[in-house]
Design a protein. Sequence first.
Length: 112
Amino acid sequence: MTDAEFEDLLTRLDALVTEFEQHPDPVTSARALEMIQLVDAVHRAGLGQLVALIRRRDPKLLEDASQDRIMRILLALYDLEPGGDPVRGAFVPLSQLQASARLVRAHREDPR
């Protein structure tokens, strides 16, 4: 996947999250946001274990991987950057969804 394709995915995901946050039916909004949290929890748990294994066996590999733009965004999104705190939990509260979206946008705009 190219950086541009990844950017398109993030843009579309951000638009969908915003759409569901503002959905006129509160039940639909809540269920959609719960689904996002559950998908996040599944991905966070698996990626967290993978990153922990890499940190134990070859921390340089994780550092090298984090130099890739797509990997840097993904690691940041799940609070798994090298040198960062270990996984804080397997669940993103609804109140953090917008903060996570802002973080992703900031990393997308970072030209590194």
